[in-house]
Write a protein that binds this ligand. Structure first.
Ligand code: FES
Ligand code: FE2
Length: 427
């Protein structure tokens, strides 16, 4: 359990809060490329860390992420005209560029230099494999964009979905640090494709390791005369990297589930996946069918996730379709911001506890002016082979470090080109 003070500290992310300050020091997903697909197309609203923003792609393809409310008298720039390298407010025609410069104030007398004295909120962006990331922290502290493996593979080797989770970001993120729920919440009575999860023991042994990027999470289950081991990773500040879990030997890539606060009671869940050596097939992204065009979930709290009680008896543990909705039901039904003074943590929550500790410690350190970990400043060290996720059967009685080495070598053998190319690029 957490004290009331720590629960507030770790869940509140508006400007000026300790956790808000911490998350703002990293690049986080802000929107999908598909939301502003073409130059001069309509802008998109972006709610991020309690801030109301609008994104647009200008005539030269540059991306702007600027304050939604016009610097003049606050009209929403979502309704603005995206034209000739700027977004023009519909009220009195003020025009803003991607850097927040006020280009024109046409209702002012000609010759006025009023515009030059103004600057509008604007944040740097970086687009990679269908996701537009943003940095909302102090400019002088901006790190390099981290070249995670999922941002470096060819576009057709990766996929991404986005949806709104109607609760605090931490509830979603904690679900990624909790391997034991796979044996229950996601259990299928009919699908045999992931036997080690469903048929091995439901109480995995956990190991955790604090690292330079966050926390490595290891869950080990007995399965016949072997161990079924799942390596996951919490990566600062809101990334949960998990084995995709569709088959036993998952070495070809993994999924990254990201929970970016929209405000304190909503977050954006981005599910990014990638393969190291092959193109993604459309049917692999079955999750898309669960998401409405406005990124709300088809199955949500208001329709009880369309739970089917008959299915719950015969098909799966919840009677609800799709992992995405299992997670949504479990985490949203805790309430918008769960009161962690009321919980009762067990041995199975070891990884959740490790991640909370890491986040709380780094947020408190930052308040004491200690720089957070995993901010990339050196281009020669902008790659991360040690952030790796696997689900695999391995011999018993090896310490987890040996299992990690064993699987890293196996993955390198399976994808020599990918690893060689990455190493070469980094050297
Ligand atoms: S409120 Fe935007 S130009 Fe006046
Ligand atoms: Fe889950």
């Amino acid at each position: 359990m957490l004290s009331r003070e720590d629960n507030e500290l770790i869940t509140q992310t508006n400007p000026g809060t300790p956790m808000g300050d911490l998350i703002r020091r990293y690049w986080v997903p802000a929107l999908l490329s598909e939301e502003i697909p073409r130059n001069d197309c309509a802008p998109a609203r972006v709610k991020l860390l309690g801030e109301e923003l609008v994104a647009f792609r200008d005539s030269q393809g540059r991306i702007g992420l600027i304050g939604e409310h016009c610097a003049h008298r606050g009209t929403s720039l979502f309704f603005g005209r995206n034209e000739e390298c700027g977004l023009r407010c519909v009220y009195h025609g003020w025009k803003f560029d991607v850097d927040g410069n006020v280009l024109e104030t046409p209702a002012e007398p000609s010759g006025s230099d009023f515009a030059r004295k103004l600057h509008h909120t604007a944040y740097p962006t970086h687009e990679a494999n269908g996701v537009i990331y943003a940095y909302l922290g102090p400019r002088e502290k901006m790190p390099l964009f981290p070249n995670y493996e999922w941002t470096q593979v060819p576009l057709e080797y990766s996929y991404v979905t986005k949806c709104l989770l109607e609760c605090n970001y931490l509830q979603g993120l904690e679900g990624e640090c909790d391997s034991s729920h796979l044996s229950f919440l996601h259990r299928s009575f009919t699908n045999e494709s992931n036997q080690p999860v469903y048929k091995s023991d439901p109480s995995p042994v956990y190991d955790t390791e604090d690292t330079d990027f966050g926390v490595r999470l290891i869950a080990t289950r007995n399965f016949d005369d072997q161990h079924y081991v799942r390596f996951s990773a919490f990566v600062m500040p809101v990334y949960g990297c998990v084995p995709a879990g569709r088959k036993t030997n998952e070495l070809e890539g993994y999924e990254i589930h990201t929970y970016v606060p929209a405000d304190d009671t909503h977050c954006w869940r981005y599910d990014i996946g990638f393969h190291r050596g092959r193109v993604v097939q459309p049917e692999e992204v079955h999750r898309r069918k669960q998401i409405n065009p406005d990124y709300t979930k088809v199955r949500n709290a208001r329709n009880n996730y369309l739970q089917d009680r008959q299915k719950q008896k015969t098909v799966n543990f919840t009677g609800i379709d799709d992992f995405l909705n299992h997670d949504g039901c479990a985490t949203e039904s805790m309430g918008a911001i769960f009161d962690r003074t009321k919980e009762h943590l067990g041995i199975s929550d070891k990884a959740v506890i490790a991640v909370r500790r890491f986040l709380l410690a780094t947020a408190k350190d930052l308040q004491a002016s200690k720089e957070p970990p995993h901010l990339v400043r050196d281009p020669a060290h902008n790659w991360f082979p040690h952030i790796d996720c696997f689900a695999h059967l391995v011999p018993r009685n090896l310490p987890w470090q040996k299992k990690f080495d064993f699987l890293t070598v196996a993955a390198q053998k399976e994808n020599p080109m990918s690893y060689a190319a990455r190493k070469k690029a980094a050297s």
